[in-house]
Design a protein around this ligand. Structure first.
Ligand SMILES: *[C@@H]1O[C@H](CO)[C@@H](O)[C@H](O)[C@H]1NC(C)=O
Ligand SMILES: *[C@@H]1O[C@H](CO)[C@@H](O)[C@H](O)[C@H]1NC(C)=O
Ligand SMILES: O=C(O)CCC(=O)C(=O)O
Length: 272
């Protein structure tokens, strides 16, 4: 009897140890840079992907220009190696170097009216949290763009932007960090790229002539939960969830909206 008990105890301990080992291993492979912990809230639904995805070696620059640059979005994998930039964007590294710098927050609605300047540390401690479903985009402060390139030059100089640029354009960066469920609602502008450094970002796009139905002050999260499920088939968006190591290209004037599934660090390169 005693022996049996001992065996059971040993087995139980073994199972617990195995589980811990598995959890630890997951923590290591889930490299969120300290921004998204395994215990954190995150959105699960990555949705379908109906945008063309290529390994960079299988789409040449000429093919990119002919088939995508002026026609439709595309996702490219492994186009650049941003290992160093990624390390510099970990939570501890960014807070250590830029915690006392001020960042400019914008409301997360289509015509972003309000801007608020706060120290980066305060943004991380107070504003960086999951999007609540009942808050308007016009009342949600989002850190994306309006970057002070003088103060953050020591970071941005290490970002290797996608090399497939459009002829006669140059790139301008917009850098941001935001919580799960946040995002920018539908809007459009010139062509560019979006890359996530940490976290996953779900993208929705429509061609210029196909303006989606949305309220300019509602969040992408409310569009996804309330409007998206009822869309007729012919109004379905182009969409895909991008992960670190992938860049999404959006052509000129395409409508787009984003939804961060995890706490994400991201950077866009606008080609103008
Ligand atoms: C950027 O930061 C520099 C150095 O702190 C400051 O002098 C400048 O006014 C800032 N620029 C903007 C546009 O805020
Ligand atoms: C959106 O919010 C802004 C700022 O609160 C407000 O001025 C504007 O009238 C709102 N737009 C709509 C269409 O409700
Ligand atoms: O990354 C985001 O959430 C917004 C990106 C965007 O709207 C853009 O790059 O124009």
């Amino acid at each position: 009897m005693e022996h049996k008990k001992a065996v059971i105890t040993t087995c139980t301990q073994f199972v617990v140890i195995c589980l811990l080992v598995v959890l630890r291993a997951e923590e290591r492979t889930d490299d969120g840079g300290g921004w998204s912990l395994n215990s954190d809230f995150r959105l699960q639904d990555e949705g379908p992907c109906n945008i063309d995805v290529f390994d960079s070696s299988s789409l040449s620059y000429q093919q990119f220009i002919e088939r995508y640059a002026y026609r439709r979005p595309v996702i490219l994998k492994g186009l650049t190696d941003n290992t160093k930039f990624k390390l510099m964007c970990s939570k501890s590294s960014l807070l250590q170097h830029y915690g006392d710098r001020r960042v400019r927050l914008s409301t997360a609605n289509t015509y972003s009216y309000r801007k608020v300047d706060v120290p980066f540390q305060e943004y991380v401690d107070i504003f960086l949290r999951p999007q609540s479903t009942d808050t308007l985009g016009s009342d949600t402060l989002y850190f994306f763009g309006d970057n002070n390139f003088t103060e953050w030059q020591s970071l941005f100089q290490h970002y290797e932007s996608p090399p497939y640029v459009l002829p006669l354009t140059s790139g301008a960066y917009s850098f941001g960090i935001a919580g799960p469920g946040t995002g920018v609602p539908f809007h459009w502008h010139g062509p560019g790229y979006s890359e996530v450094i940490y976290g996953r970002k779900r993208w929705f796009l429509y061609p210029p002539e196909k303006e989606p139905h949305f309220h300019p002050n509602r969040t992408t999260l409310s569009w996804v939960t309330e409007t998206y499920p009822h869309l007729p088939e012919d109004e379905a968006p182009l969409e895909c969830t991008i992960r670190p190591g992938e860049v999404l290209y959006f052509p000129d004037r395409w409508w787009h909206a984003t939804l961060n599934l995890d706490t994400s660090v991201f950077i866009s390169t606008f080609l103008g």
